[in-house]
Write a protein that binds this ligand. Structure first.
Ligand SMILES: [Zn+2]
Ligand SMILES: [Zn+2]
Length: 282
């Protein structure tokens, strides 16, 4: 099992425990590195993101923990940025202000072309996905999914980050109902995005959260997309997107086995200061 995890949420965003509880659990699991990746502050009220007024406290607490545990584990301060075109701050603003070690780029809220409203594709409620699909895209699933991937493409082209978060989260509430992932138009969209990922030298996260939360029967990404990632030699890492300490290694073994089955032989390990190294799986 990979002994590190770069995607955690504590009470600084929508996680259930204080940051130190994750560090203690990581030590128990024998991790050699762990990163906090709170949801980035957004310029409108949300129930899930780091509040601007708590940003300094996040820096202080993570600095304290880095120092306190430095002989036992390498800790990182990061953010999982939400990219919403024309709305979210440039990633570099918070990156510089909070002296982040790395950044994850994700899309949870899709902005329709006419810029009217936001489609929330994540969270536990499938009805919200269905409502948004109807309200913002007139139930045109191709248009909706295309808008999602174009938003990711725009993020890749315009923002500074290292890790692509749950690349195909859009499939979660679809659950095979509106489209199948092997349809040509869908594969084309994923291919276009992967080309950009490759060109920018980004790492794709293989995220297990859907599995242990029972919201998906597969990894993000899995199947055809994972095979394509393997073929294109795009680096990957496994993360659990833990919102409580006992999720720190949930389904990591499963993910590792899926990667090996797919033909992926190593994962990317973050060494700090923008450096990565390959670690063999198995
Ligand atoms: Zn996320
Ligand atoms: Zn997350």
């Amino acid at each position: 099992m990979p002994n590190y995890n770069l995607h955690q949420h504590s009470t600084f965003s929508d996680g259930k425990s204080e940051p130190e509880a994750y560090v203690k659990k990581a030590l128990e699991l024998g991790f050699r590195a762990m990163g906090f990746a709170e949801h980035s502050p957004l310029p409108f009220p949300t129930s899930f993101s780091l509040k601007q007024e708590n940003a300094e406290a996040y820096v202080r607490e993570t600095a304290r923990l880095k120092e306190l545990y430095h002989s036992q584990i390498v800790l990182y301060r990061a953010l999982e940025f939400d990219f919403i075109p024309g709305i979210s701050d440039d990633f570099s603003f918070w990156r510089d202000k909070l002296h982040l070690d790395y950044a994850i780029g994700s899309v949870h809220l899709v902005r329709p072309e006419n810029r009217d409203g936001l489609w929330f594709i994540d969270g536990p409620k499938r009805e919200k996905y269905d409502d948004g699909l109807r309200k913002y895209f007139g139930n045109d699933i191709k248009k909706a999914v295309k808008t999602y991937y174009l938003q990711i493409n725009k993020m890749i082209e315009s923002q500074q980050f290292e890790i692509v978060g749950h690349l195909d989260k859009i499939k979660m509430h679809n659950a095979g109902r509106y489209f199948k992932e092997d349809e040509k138009w869908y594969r084309r969209l994923v291919s276009e995005t992967l080309e950009l990922v490759k060109a920018k030298g980004l790492v794709v996260e293989v995220n297990t959260r859907g599995l242990y939360k029972n919201r998906s029967d597969r990894l993000f990404p899995d199947d055809g997309t994972l095979k394509q990632i393997c073929k294109m030699k795009i680096p990957v890492l496994i993360s659990t997107d833990a919102h409580q300490p006992d999720e720190l290694n949930s389904y990591m073994d499963y993910a590792q086995n899926r990667l090996i089955e797919t033909g992926i032989k190593s994962v990317a390990f973050f060494c700090g200061n923008g450096k990565w190294e390959d670690v063999a799986l198995g």
